[in-house]
Design a protein around this ligand. Structure first.
Ligand SMILES: Nc1ncnc2c1ncn2[C@@H]1O[C@H](COP(=O)(O)OP(=O)(O)OP(=O)(O)O)[C@@H](O)[C@H]1O
Ligand SMILES: O=P(O)(O)OC[C@H]1O[C@H](OP(=O)(O)OP(=O)(O)O)[C@H](O)[C@@H]1O
Ligand SMILES: [Mg+2]
Length: 283
């Protein structure tokens, strides 16, 4: 049985549960139960505060865990990164009161900076030869300059709206972050096999994420031209229609050039173009 540490509530919870759900791993929603077993996969979920996830994984209390890169780097625990998950994207930045003039990182010399990430901040200050005081606070960091607790802050920024509503402006972007899947080093063979199975499923969902399955009717005399604009997996599927002059072409399109390719297909005479999402894709 593999044990995964998941944030019990907060920003990471829903996307982590969605990931497990997409891999067809079913977890009951036993409210207030902190250890829940999946009904169709040898996995149990240990719900924790995100701050505690790196240590619990490093010490093998949980075999794997989902945690923000910011927390993983801050805790500096001996767990390994298995993959980047692409959600909970944010950054750790330095911000100062918006009316104050800023002349570069040396501005922070002699200043007091409030943060929940003292280790990452200390490293940044040392790397840049800045001598500043760090005031550690576990939440509501953005309020600190406004109440005279600090001159500046170092905290998570995503849309920037929390900074704006506290009259702050971002001046240095120090680190980008996203959710990570981390694992205990030296997992045994059986657990490693379960992790590989989970990774295979995640991969199948991820491969399909920005892809669409498209079907269209095409006049036979334009098939070669149509195929030349399609970037399909190997080559498109072509199915004859009852009308002998037409056929149905099926393929997979990425979202990036989707509308450009659809435009070309229409120009080349494709009709009745159907677009459907793909749930999983095994390459
Ligand atoms: N505004 C945001 N946009 C995107 N990602 C964010 C944002 N705020 C936080 N995150 C990411 O989500 C993680 C969890 O954030 P959350 O605010 O739920 O943490 P928390 O309050 O420390 O929760 P806990 O109670 O588990 O300690 C952060 O460590 C960060 O990686
Ligand atoms: O740039 P923004 O989009 O405004 O996001 C940044 C804010 O989001 C997080 O807080 P959250 O909203 O999760 O509340 P919390 O302070 O209770 O964790 C983080 O601590 C910042 O305060
Ligand atoms: Mg936390």
């Amino acid at each position: 049985m593999l044990r995964i540490a998941v944030q019990s509530k907060g920003r990471l919870f829903e996307d982590t549960m969605r990931l497990l759900n997409e891999a067809d791993i079913k977890i009951g929603s036993g409210k207030r139960t902190l250890l829940v077993q999946a009904s169709n996969f040898p996995l149990e979920v240990l719900y924790l505060r995100d701050d505690d996830i790196p240590q619990n994984v490093a010490t093998g209390i949980a075999d794997i865990g989902v945690v923000g890169e910011n927390e993983y780097v801050e805790r500096d625990e001996d767990a390994e990164v298995i993959c980047r998950l692409g959600f909970s994207r944010c950054r750790l930045s330095l911000a100062i009161p918006k009316s104050v003039e800023y002349n570069g990182p040396s501005w922070f010399n002699g200043k007091k900076i409030a943060t929940s990430y003292p280790n990452i901040l200390r490293k940044y200050l040392d790397d840049n030869g800045i001598s500043a005081e760090i005031h550690v606070i576990t939440g509501s960091v953005e309020i600190c300059p406004g109440i005279g607790l600090a001159d500046a802050i170092f905290d998570i920024v995503s849309s920037g709206s929390t900074l704006i509503s506290n009259n702050l402006r971002e001046v240095e972007r120090v680190m980008d972050s996203e959710a990570l899947l981390i694992a205990c080093k030296g997992m045994d063979k059986d657990k490693k096999a379960l992790l590989d199975e989970m990774m295979f499923r995640f991969e199948a969902v991820r491969n399909a994420e920005d892809k669409k399955y498209i079907r269209m009717n095409v006049p036979n005399n334009r098939i070669d031209e149509i195929i030349s604009v399609l970037p399909g997996l190997k080559s498109p599927t072509i199915i004859p229609l009852a009308d002998k002059d037409w056929c149905s072409v099926h393929t997979v399109l990425g979202e990036k050039r989707f509308w450009e390719i659809i435009g070309k297909l229409k120009e080349l005479g494709a009709q009745g173009i159907l677009v459907t999402p793909i749930e999983k894709m095994i390459l």
